[in-house]
Ligand binder design. Structure first.
Ligand code: ZN
Length: 99
C-alpha cells in the first residue's frame, strides 16, 4: 500500500482521529462553534451546537491536502490491515515510545 500516505493518515483511517480543542468557543448565527484539530493528521472538525438544546446542528471537516484513501480505491478494512502491518514493524514501535 505504498500509495497511501504516511503513518498518520493510515492511523486516522483505521482507528479514528484524535480530536483536540483548537480554538476558543466561537459563535455562529445558529449556535456555538466548536473547532477541533486532529493531533495526527491535522484535519479540522467544526461542530455547531445549539446552546439551548445541545443538539448538533452541523458538522464539517476540512479537506486534506491529498486524496483520501477512498479516492485511492481502498476501504476501511484495507486501512486497518495496513495499520496492523505497520504497527508490527520495529520502527513504528520505537516511534510510539518516543512520542
Ligand atoms: Zn486525523
Amino acid at each position: 500500500m505504498s500509495s497511501v500516505h504516511d503513518y498518520k493518515d493510515v492511523r486516522c483511517a483505521a482507528v479514528g482521529h484524535l480530536w483536540e480543542d483548537y480554538r476558543p468557543l466561537g459563535k455562529t448565527q445558529l449556535g456555538a462553534l466548536l473547532t477541533f484539530r486532529c493531533a495526527y493528521c491535522g484535519k479540522f472538525r467544526h461542530d455547531v451546537v445549539s446552546r439551548a438544546t445541545g443538539k448538533l446542528i452541523s458538522r464539517s471537516y476540512s479537506k486534506l491536502d491529498h486524496p483520501g484513501y477512498r479516492k485511492l480505491g481502498f476501504d476501511k478494512n484495507d486501512m486497518r490491515r495496513e495499520f496492523v502491518r505497520r504497527m508490527g514493524t520495529k520502527g513504528r514501535i520505537k516511534k510510539i515510545r518516543a512520542a
